[in-house]
Design a protein around this ligand. Structure first.
Ligand code: GDP
Ligand code: CA
Length: 335
């Protein structure tokens, strides 16, 4: 294991590409690290919105909300998503009406967020402006940007257990209704190639001092952000080093469904394969640096040989201090 000392001062402008739970927990660590060092770091988060869905007439943005609630201290820590002290009365009433879908956990407190968001969208505000307004309450300590203001939805091609037919369902249906336990054949981010980056997204990449890629899902979280037109180009051109953290430890995800989705797109489920899937920046890929867990330390020489600076450090985000150590190790990889 490498014990590279953390940088004295975190960079001034840090941009982080985030999914939901994995991204949010990593961001807690980034904020704790910045607080530890007393630095003034401007943190911009570009969050995945391809998990978003319309539910009972409401716009729900799971990854934006997970980041906002986690950093704003409103999250249910055990569950990792949704509001603390949640009740489920509204969902029970909807189910009593037989209103579909019934598989999505819609909490009463959470509902208020979706109501405010939907009302603002209906009034003509773009999602980025709505997110900024919601964050005025939560004060997450970062600038939280949706990757796009446009509608993008990840669908997963599955064998539907109801009738054995192959069909595409919304990612949330695959994950929450089917628990990612049905065979997945493809991942289709609908609308991604037509969307525009939200205001500030490309600037946050080109003006950053460092770009961090948390252990978020490489396909349906980071992968969709990278698919927003202009994002890859901005990342290729930015002078900022791009450092990533593996969400795969010992050949499996820590939580979620990355293993299944990596298989669906033909990428081996290993810390090394995900790094190579992102690619070395000097070969036209994403990464300058990559952290793997000590159980995957044997991948380090090969990744270094492929042009990615690589270290093995413990990557379990058991609490914000553990996440802060991971963030420090990521920043220590900055050349
Ligand atoms: P989601 O949108 O809620 O699924 O969250 P993300 O996409 O941001 O993060 C999910 C990914 O984070 C999964 O693929 C997990 O393997 C990874 N992850 C979750 N907890 C940990 C952890 O403690 N350490 C590491 N290294 N990865 C984690
Ligand atoms: Ca997500």
């Amino acid at each position: 294991m490498d014990h590279t000392p953390p940088p004295e001062r975190p960079p001034r402008r840090l941009t982080v590409l985030s999914g939901g739970v994995g991204g949010a927990r990593f961001l807690q660590g980034v904020l704790r690290l910045v607080a530890r060092t007393g630095a003034t770091t401007e943190i911009t988060v570009v969050a995945n919105t391809a998990d978003d869905l319309w539910l009972h007439g409401l716009k729900v943005c799971p990854d934006l909300d997970t980041v906002m609630y986690t950093l704003g201290d409103g999250i249910d820590v055990e569950r990792g998503w949704g509001r603390r002290d949640e009740t489920w009365r509204a969902g029970e009433e909807l189910a009593a009406y037989g209103a579909e879908p019934t598989w999505f956990g819609l909490g009463d407190r959470d509902l208020a967020t979706h109501l405010v968001r939907t009302e603002m969208l209906a009034a003509g505000y773009p999602l980025s402006a709505v997110t900024e307004a919601l964050c005025r309450r939560w004060q997450p300590g970062v600038r939280l940007l949706p990757m796009t203001d446009d509608r993008v939805e990840t669908h997963v091609v599955i064998d539907d257990p109801a009738d054995g037919q192959r069909r595409a369902v919304h990612f949330q249906e695959y994950w929450i209704r089917h628990h990612a336990e049905v065979p997945a054949h493809a991942v289709v981010p609908i609308g991604l190639d037509q969307c525009a980056p939200a205001p500030g997204v490309l600037e946050a990449l080109s003006d950053a001092d460092v770009v961090l890629v948390p252990p978020s899902n490489p396909i349906v979280s980071v992968g969709t952000i990278l698919g927003v037109p202009g994002v890859r180009e901005a990342l290729a051109a930015t002078p900022a080093p791009v450092i990533g953290v593996s969400g795969i430890i010992g050949g499996d995800h820590v939580r979620g469904m990355a293993r299944q989705l990596l298989a669906a797109v033909g990428v081996e489920c290993s810390a090394a394969a995900v790094a190579l899937h992102y690619g070395a920046r000097k070969e036209g890929g994403l990464l300058d640096g990559w952290l793997v867990d000590p159980v995957d330390a044997d991948a380090v020489p090969a990744l270094e040989g492929a042009g990615i600076r690589c270290r093995a450090v413990p990557l379990l985000m058991t609490d914000p201090d553990a996440s802060a150590d991971i963030a420090a190790a990521a920043l220590a990889l900055v050349p």
